[in-house]
Design a protein around this ligand. Structure first.
Ligand code: C5P
Length: 239
Protein backbone atom coordinates (compact mmCIF):
# COMPACT_ATOMS: atom_id res chain seq x y z
CA UNK A 1 0.00 0.00 0.00
CA UNK A 2 0.93 3.65 -0.54
CA UNK A 3 0.93 6.33 2.16
CA UNK A 4 -2.24 8.41 1.96
CA UNK A 5 -3.95 11.19 3.87
CA UNK A 6 -2.53 12.32 7.24
CA UNK A 7 -5.03 11.29 9.92
CA UNK A 8 -3.68 11.87 13.41
CA UNK A 9 -0.60 12.91 15.36
CA UNK A 10 -0.05 11.42 18.80
CA UNK A 11 2.78 12.08 21.24
CA UNK A 12 5.11 9.50 19.72
CA UNK A 13 3.64 8.57 16.33
CA UNK A 14 1.88 9.93 13.27
CA UNK A 15 -0.85 7.96 11.55
CA UNK A 16 -1.71 8.07 7.85
CA UNK A 17 -4.32 6.33 5.73
CA UNK A 18 -3.26 4.06 2.84
CA UNK A 19 -4.99 3.10 -0.40
CA UNK A 20 -6.34 0.06 1.49
CA UNK A 21 -9.18 1.05 3.89
CA UNK A 22 -8.21 -1.75 6.27
CA UNK A 23 -4.57 -0.66 6.56
CA UNK A 24 -2.95 2.29 8.36
CA UNK A 25 0.57 3.71 8.01
CA UNK A 26 2.37 4.51 11.29
CA UNK A 27 5.42 6.77 11.54
CA UNK A 28 7.49 6.70 14.77
CA UNK A 29 8.80 10.10 15.96
CA UNK A 30 11.76 10.90 18.22
CA UNK A 31 9.63 13.21 20.40
CA UNK A 32 9.52 12.27 24.06
CA UNK A 33 6.88 13.52 26.49
CA UNK A 34 6.19 12.85 30.15
CA UNK A 35 3.76 13.97 32.84
CA UNK A 36 0.87 14.35 30.37
CA UNK A 37 2.94 16.44 27.97
CA UNK A 38 4.26 18.87 30.62
CA UNK A 39 7.83 17.69 29.93
CA UNK A 40 8.90 17.61 26.32
CA UNK A 41 12.11 16.58 24.61
CA UNK A 42 13.70 14.47 21.94
CA UNK A 43 15.52 11.18 22.31
CA UNK A 44 17.66 10.81 19.16
CA UNK A 45 16.71 7.73 17.11
CA UNK A 46 13.90 6.84 19.55
CA UNK A 47 11.40 6.34 16.72
CA UNK A 48 13.73 3.89 14.99
CA UNK A 49 14.39 1.97 18.22
CA UNK A 50 10.73 1.80 19.30
CA UNK A 51 9.61 0.67 15.84
CA UNK A 52 12.25 -2.08 15.91
CA UNK A 53 11.46 -3.24 19.46
CA UNK A 54 7.69 -3.22 18.90
CA UNK A 55 7.88 -5.13 15.64
CA UNK A 56 10.15 -7.83 17.08
CA UNK A 57 8.01 -8.24 20.21
CA UNK A 58 4.79 -8.29 18.16
CA UNK A 59 6.27 -11.02 15.93
CA UNK A 60 7.21 -12.99 19.05
CA UNK A 61 3.63 -12.61 20.32
CA UNK A 62 2.17 -13.65 16.94
CA UNK A 63 4.41 -16.73 17.03
CA UNK A 64 2.79 -17.50 20.38
CA UNK A 65 -0.74 -17.22 19.00
CA UNK A 66 -1.53 -13.64 20.09
CA UNK A 67 -2.93 -11.49 17.29
CA UNK A 68 -1.42 -8.01 16.87
CA UNK A 69 -2.07 -5.19 14.39
CA UNK A 70 1.37 -5.65 12.77
CA UNK A 71 1.33 -6.21 9.01
CA UNK A 72 4.68 -5.13 7.55
CA UNK A 73 7.73 -3.10 8.53
CA UNK A 74 8.28 -0.64 5.67
CA UNK A 75 11.54 0.86 6.89
CA UNK A 76 13.20 1.88 10.13
CA UNK A 77 10.52 4.42 11.11
CA UNK A 78 7.44 3.26 9.19
CA UNK A 79 5.16 0.29 9.58
CA UNK A 80 1.85 -0.91 8.12
CA UNK A 81 -0.78 -2.03 10.61
CA UNK A 82 -4.33 -3.37 10.53
CA UNK A 83 -6.87 -0.62 11.14
CA UNK A 84 -8.51 -1.31 14.49
CA UNK A 85 -11.46 0.32 16.22
CA UNK A 86 -9.37 1.36 19.24
CA UNK A 87 -10.81 0.87 22.73
CA UNK A 88 -10.14 4.04 24.81
CA UNK A 89 -9.13 1.95 27.82
CA UNK A 90 -5.46 1.19 28.47
CA UNK A 91 -4.48 -1.84 30.51
CA UNK A 92 -1.35 -1.72 32.67
CA UNK A 93 0.35 -5.00 33.62
CA UNK A 94 2.51 -4.95 36.76
CA UNK A 95 4.99 -7.63 37.80
CA UNK A 96 6.82 -5.47 40.37
CA UNK A 97 6.02 -2.33 42.33
CA UNK A 98 7.04 0.90 40.55
CA UNK A 99 5.79 4.26 39.36
CA UNK A 100 2.23 5.24 40.19
CA UNK A 101 1.56 2.03 42.12
CA UNK A 102 4.48 2.75 44.47
CA UNK A 103 3.18 6.28 44.97
CA UNK A 104 -0.50 5.44 45.39
CA UNK A 105 0.01 2.64 47.91
CA UNK A 106 3.16 3.96 49.59
CA UNK A 107 5.27 0.96 48.57
CA UNK A 108 8.96 0.83 47.78
CA UNK A 109 9.87 0.65 44.08
CA UNK A 110 11.24 -2.76 43.17
CA UNK A 111 9.21 -4.68 45.74
CA UNK A 112 8.30 -8.08 44.29
CA UNK A 113 4.62 -8.93 43.88
CA UNK A 114 3.11 -12.35 44.66
CA UNK A 115 1.19 -12.20 41.41
CA UNK A 116 0.42 -9.98 38.43
CA UNK A 117 -1.66 -6.81 38.86
CA UNK A 118 -3.84 -5.53 36.02
CA UNK A 119 -5.21 -1.98 36.03
CA UNK A 120 -7.48 -0.08 33.64
CA UNK A 121 -6.97 3.57 32.68
CA UNK A 122 -9.20 5.83 30.60
CA UNK A 123 -7.17 7.05 27.60
CA UNK A 124 -7.69 10.82 27.76
CA UNK A 125 -4.84 13.33 27.55
CA UNK A 126 -6.72 16.29 29.07
CA UNK A 127 -7.60 14.19 32.12
CA UNK A 128 -4.12 12.63 32.37
CA UNK A 129 -5.35 9.06 31.80
CA UNK A 130 -7.23 8.49 35.09
CA UNK A 131 -7.39 5.01 36.61
CA UNK A 132 -10.84 3.45 36.25
CA UNK A 133 -12.51 0.11 36.92
CA UNK A 134 -14.75 -2.18 34.84
CA UNK A 135 -17.87 -0.36 35.99
CA UNK A 136 -16.67 3.00 34.67
CA UNK A 137 -15.66 1.49 31.33
CA UNK A 138 -18.92 -0.41 30.89
CA UNK A 139 -21.35 2.28 32.07
CA UNK A 140 -19.59 5.03 30.06
CA UNK A 141 -19.80 2.77 27.01
CA UNK A 142 -16.03 2.57 26.41
CA UNK A 143 -15.97 -1.25 26.33
CA UNK A 144 -18.30 -4.13 27.11
CA UNK A 145 -17.75 -6.53 30.02
CA UNK A 146 -16.79 -9.21 27.50
CA UNK A 147 -14.24 -6.93 25.84
CA UNK A 148 -12.71 -5.99 29.19
CA UNK A 149 -12.52 -9.66 30.15
CA UNK A 150 -10.87 -10.46 26.80
CA UNK A 151 -8.36 -7.64 27.34
CA UNK A 152 -7.46 -9.00 30.77
CA UNK A 153 -7.06 -12.55 29.44
CA UNK A 154 -4.91 -11.36 26.55
CA UNK A 155 -2.80 -9.16 28.83
CA UNK A 156 -2.04 -12.17 31.03
CA UNK A 157 -1.24 -14.34 27.98
CA UNK A 158 1.09 -11.61 26.69
CA UNK A 159 2.74 -11.45 30.11
CA UNK A 160 3.30 -15.24 30.02
CA UNK A 161 5.33 -14.70 26.83
CA UNK A 162 7.10 -11.41 27.58
CA UNK A 163 8.13 -12.01 31.21
CA UNK A 164 10.26 -15.11 30.44
CA UNK A 165 11.50 -13.56 27.18
CA UNK A 166 12.84 -10.43 28.90
CA UNK A 167 14.26 -12.60 31.69
CA UNK A 168 16.20 -14.55 29.05
CA UNK A 169 17.90 -11.32 27.91
CA UNK A 170 18.72 -10.23 31.46
CA UNK A 171 15.88 -7.75 31.88
CA UNK A 172 13.15 -7.50 34.52
CA UNK A 173 9.84 -6.58 32.89
CA UNK A 174 8.60 -4.43 35.78
CA UNK A 175 5.41 -3.06 34.21
CA UNK A 176 3.96 -1.96 30.87
CA UNK A 177 0.89 -0.58 29.14
CA UNK A 178 -1.17 -2.28 26.42
CA UNK A 179 -3.83 -0.98 24.05
CA UNK A 180 -6.35 -3.11 22.21
CA UNK A 181 -8.83 -2.55 19.40
CA UNK A 182 -11.72 -4.35 17.74
CA UNK A 183 -11.45 -6.08 14.37
CA UNK A 184 -14.22 -8.32 12.97
CA UNK A 185 -15.42 -9.18 16.48
CA UNK A 186 -11.92 -9.98 17.74
CA UNK A 187 -9.85 -8.06 20.31
CA UNK A 188 -6.45 -7.31 18.74
CA UNK A 189 -3.27 -5.84 20.30
CA UNK A 190 -2.40 -2.40 18.88
CA UNK A 191 -0.13 0.60 19.54
CA UNK A 192 3.40 -0.32 20.67
CA UNK A 193 5.40 -2.21 23.28
CA UNK A 194 8.69 -0.37 23.68
CA UNK A 195 10.97 1.29 26.25
CA UNK A 196 8.44 4.19 26.06
CA UNK A 197 5.61 2.00 27.37
CA UNK A 198 7.46 -0.46 29.63
CA UNK A 199 9.66 -0.32 32.71
CA UNK A 200 12.70 -2.45 31.94
CA UNK A 201 15.42 -2.97 34.54
CA UNK A 202 18.72 -4.75 34.03
CA UNK A 203 18.45 -7.95 36.08
CA UNK A 204 21.90 -7.58 37.66
CA UNK A 205 22.52 -3.86 38.06
CA UNK A 206 18.80 -2.84 38.24
CA UNK A 207 19.75 -0.03 35.86
CA UNK A 208 16.68 1.52 34.18
CA UNK A 209 16.54 0.86 30.42
CA UNK A 210 13.32 2.76 29.67
CA UNK A 211 11.54 6.10 29.58
CA UNK A 212 12.04 6.65 33.34
CA UNK A 213 15.55 7.84 32.33
CA UNK A 214 13.81 10.75 30.55
CA UNK A 215 11.05 11.29 33.14
CA UNK A 216 13.57 11.40 35.99
CA UNK A 217 16.40 13.22 34.15
CA UNK A 218 18.79 10.29 34.51
CA UNK A 219 20.46 10.88 31.12
CA UNK A 220 21.77 8.31 28.62
CA UNK A 221 18.24 7.67 27.28
CA UNK A 222 19.42 6.81 23.76
CA UNK A 223 22.07 4.41 25.09
CA UNK A 224 19.52 2.65 27.32
CA UNK A 225 16.99 2.21 24.48
CA UNK A 226 19.81 0.96 22.22
CA UNK A 227 20.83 -1.61 24.81
CA UNK A 228 17.25 -2.97 24.78
CA UNK A 229 17.28 -3.12 20.96
CA UNK A 230 20.65 -4.88 21.01
CA UNK A 231 19.54 -7.55 23.49
CA UNK A 232 16.19 -8.20 21.75
CA UNK A 233 17.83 -8.41 18.34
CA UNK A 234 20.40 -10.80 19.73
CA UNK A 235 17.58 -13.23 20.48
CA UNK A 236 14.93 -12.46 17.84
CA UNK A 237 16.89 -11.16 14.83
CA UNK A 238 15.69 -13.92 12.51
CA UNK A 239 12.02 -13.57 13.48
O1 C5P B 1 2.89 5.60 35.57
P1 C5P B 1 2.62 4.18 35.89
O2 C5P B 1 3.49 3.63 36.97
O3 C5P B 1 1.15 3.94 36.17
O4 C5P B 1 2.96 3.37 34.56
C1 C5P B 1 2.92 1.97 34.48
C2 C5P B 1 3.53 1.50 33.17
O5 C5P B 1 2.69 1.85 32.07
C3 C5P B 1 4.88 2.13 32.87
O6 C5P B 1 5.70 1.15 32.23
C4 C5P B 1 4.56 3.25 31.90
O7 C5P B 1 5.62 3.51 31.02
C5 C5P B 1 3.36 2.69 31.16
N1 C5P B 1 2.40 3.73 30.75
C6 C5P B 1 2.30 4.09 29.41
N2 C5P B 1 1.38 5.02 29.00
C7 C5P B 1 0.56 5.60 29.88
C8 C5P B 1 0.65 5.25 31.25
C9 C5P B 1 1.59 4.31 31.65
O8 C5P B 1 3.02 3.55 28.57
N3 C5P B 1 -0.33 6.49 29.46
Amino acid sequence: PKRGEFLYEGKAKKIYATDDPGVLWMYYKDDATAFDGAKKGVIPHKGIMNNRVTNLLFRLLEKNGIETHLLEEIDERNVLVKKLDMIPVEIVVRNRVAGSLAKRLGLEEGTELKGTILEFYYKNDELGDPMINEYHAEVMGWATREELKAMQEKALEINEVLLPFFDSIGIILVDYKLEFGRLDGRIVLGDEISPDTCRLWDKVSLEKLDKDRFRRDLGKEEEAYMEVVRRIEGKLAGL
